[in-house]
Design a protein around this ligand. Structure first.
Ligand code: ADP
Ligand code: MG
Length: 231
């Protein structure tokens, strides 16, 4: 599903050049659940943004479902994003002018889902994320943890084929964090491919593979295969 080769991303700000991703090569198969770990500033969010077609890259190659993503026009990127990708942003990126219900309904509207089905899906995920009582509230009226749950609900309500999650439990207590991990695990079981940035070894243990990043490079890749007990 995802194949990147020697991908490089450089930021240039006021003559300071930062190589956020330094020739990373990676292959993620359809249906895989991968987590990415590493210290702050090592390029985790940048990698996720590039994979999610939210950001360009400087060199190397990115094949998404066999198609090269370099130099793609924004209209095409946006189409691929809407049809395939659910993105949970580290900073939530909720729309301030829309209430919780409307924020979550938006991707369903983009995907042409009919009114009755939209209503049912939003209701379902509001319940699951324990934010039904906040449906009419606006993002600025919510706590950080509640905003994160809305961001998770919005990204997952369409049951996307590819889920990119940037620290999806970072602001949550263990109960809500577990609910998010359960939702991700359910969608994985239904066939979704998931790439999740996390600082939590516990959350990473739900994934099949953990990739450690450092200074924009892959330090290690390890499989999280659970031991099969032969009792
Ligand atoms: P992480 O998510 O692992 O904490 P990031 O991917 O956000 O790290 O950042 C990687 C590096 O790229 C950091 O050195 C950061 O300062 C730099 N960086 C990220 N975004 C930008 C940007 N928009 N402009 C300039 N530098 C950036
Ligand atoms: Mg980050």
């Amino acid at each position: 599903m995802i194949k990147i080769d020697k991908l490089k991303k450089v930021y240039l700000t006021e003559e300071v050049q930062t190589t956020a991703i330094n020739e990373v090569s990676l292959h993620i198969k359809k249906g895989e659940f991968v987590s990415i770990m590493g210290p702050s500033g090592c390029g985790k969010s940048t990698l996720l943004n590039v994979l999610g077609l939210l950001d360009d890259f400087n060199s190397g190659s990115y094949l998404f479902n066999g198609k090269e993503m370099a130099k793609l026009k924004e209209t095409e990127r946006s189409k691929i994003r809407k049809q395939n990708i659910g993105f949970i942003f580290q900073n939530f990126n909720l729309i301030d002018e829309l209430n919780v219900y409307e924020n979550i309904e938006l991707p369903l509207l983009y995907n042409g889902v009919k009114s009755a089905e939209r209503k049912q899906k939003v209701k379902e995920i509001l319940n699951r994320m324990d934010i039904s009582h906040r449906a009419k509230h606006f993002p600025q009226q919510l706590s950080g943890g509640q905003q994160q749950r809305v961001a998770v609900a919005r990204a997952l309500v369409t049951e996307p084929k590819l889920i990119l999650a940037d620290e999806p439990t970072g602001n949550l207590d263990s109960k809500n964090g577990n609910e998010v991990m359960e939702l991700l695990t359910d969608l994985h079981a239904k066939g979704a491919t998931i790439i999740m940035v996390t600082h939590s070894a516990y959350d990473a243990s739900f994934s099949q593979k953990t990739i450690a990043l450092k200074d924009g490079q892959i330090l290690s890749e390890k499989s999280n295969k659970k031991e099969v007990s032969l009792s």
